[in-house]
Design a protein. Structure first.
Length: 288
């Protein structure tokens, strides 16, 4: 049936108009989940990511791990990508032995690492959150600290033991976020979006160690842990170690999602312009 409702995202005669709500992919899990009478395998993502994307004016689309084919095919038709939080990345991806506290999911690694590399190659706007910051760093050739509390003695001179380790915890009890003060670096995207400093919700035991090629550290916690990285040369490549999606009542923590949607709209416009029909060249008729 034909619709009599016009598309509000298009301007008559404009072949390069972009959708009013850019399509943003969010990487998800395969987990056992329960609802109603059922307890079975499911593809899912916490609703806080979906809500944050939708409220910023984007159309959120869930990307499932473990499907046949090249995960990069997911990016066809997307205007931006969120690499969401999740389990630890396998240390094999950055050439390190496995720490006893590290827990990885190979299917999720295969999805996120491939999507991140392909998005960077396409200049597709990219926002990494928690694990997403680590994925970006590993794709760029960086490494990770596999258990932050292990670093306590070396980071805080004159301290040791449980008290020092507690200062380096970036999560509270199981499934409870910890409020962590961070400071952003001047003249960075993090400073523009988040301000000079604020408290952010964290839940991670791993963090960036050696910084990947082309990435700039743009925020740190008060214990030195890297809390944001970015690539100033890309259209929008920004990643935070904390969880802005769960604190959308804080105006500053809405800004990474709003910035992503602005970049996604620009990307959609550029794609539409590239695919728009080109006028045929004028042929001058030569009289004989």
């Amino acid at each position: 049936m034909a619709s009599n409702v016009s598309d509000p995202s298009r301007v008559p005669g404009d072949s390069t108009a972009t959708p009013a709500r850019p399509r943003i992919g969010i990487t998800g899990y395969r987990e056992r989940a329960s609802w109603g009478d059922w307890s079975t395998g499911a593809v899912l993502v916490p609703e806080t990511y979906v809500d944050a994307v939708a409220h910023a004016g984007r159309l959120p689309l869930l990307l499932a791990p473990g499907l046949p084919g090249d995960p990069a095919d997911y990016l066809d038709g997307l205007d931006g990508l969120v690499i969401a939080g999740g389990p630890d990345i396998t240390p094999l991806s950055y050439g390190a032995p496995t720490h006893p506290a590290t827990r990885s999911q190979i299917r999720r690694d295969a999805l996120d690492l491939r999507l991140c590399a392909s998005a960077l190659g396409r200049d597709l706007p990219l926002l990494g959150i928690c694990r997403g910051a680590q994925v970006l760093n590993v794709v760029r050739g960086g490494t990770l600290h596999q258990h932050i509390p292990d670093l306590a003695d070396s980071r805080i001179p004159g301290t040791n033991g449980a008290a020092a380790a507690a200062r380096h915890e970036h999560r509270d009890t199981i499934a409870t976020y910890r409020s962590v003060p961070i400071t952003t670096e001047p003249e960075t995207r993090a400073r523009t979006l988040l301000g000079a400093g604020l408290k952010v919700p964290c839940y991670h035991h791993q963090a960036i160690d050696a910084v990947g090629h082309g990435l700039t550290v743009s925020a740190r916690a008060d214990d030195g842990t890297i809390e944001a990285v970015e690539d100033p040369t890309g259209r929008f490549v920004f990643a935070v170690q904390f969880h802005p999606e769960i604190a959308q009542e804080q105006p500053e923590l809405r800004e990474p999602f709003r910035a992503l949607v602005r970049a996604a709209r620009g990307f959609a416009l550029s794609q539409a312009a590239d695919s728009a029909p080109r006028p045929l060249p004028t042929v001058r008729k030569v009289s004989r």
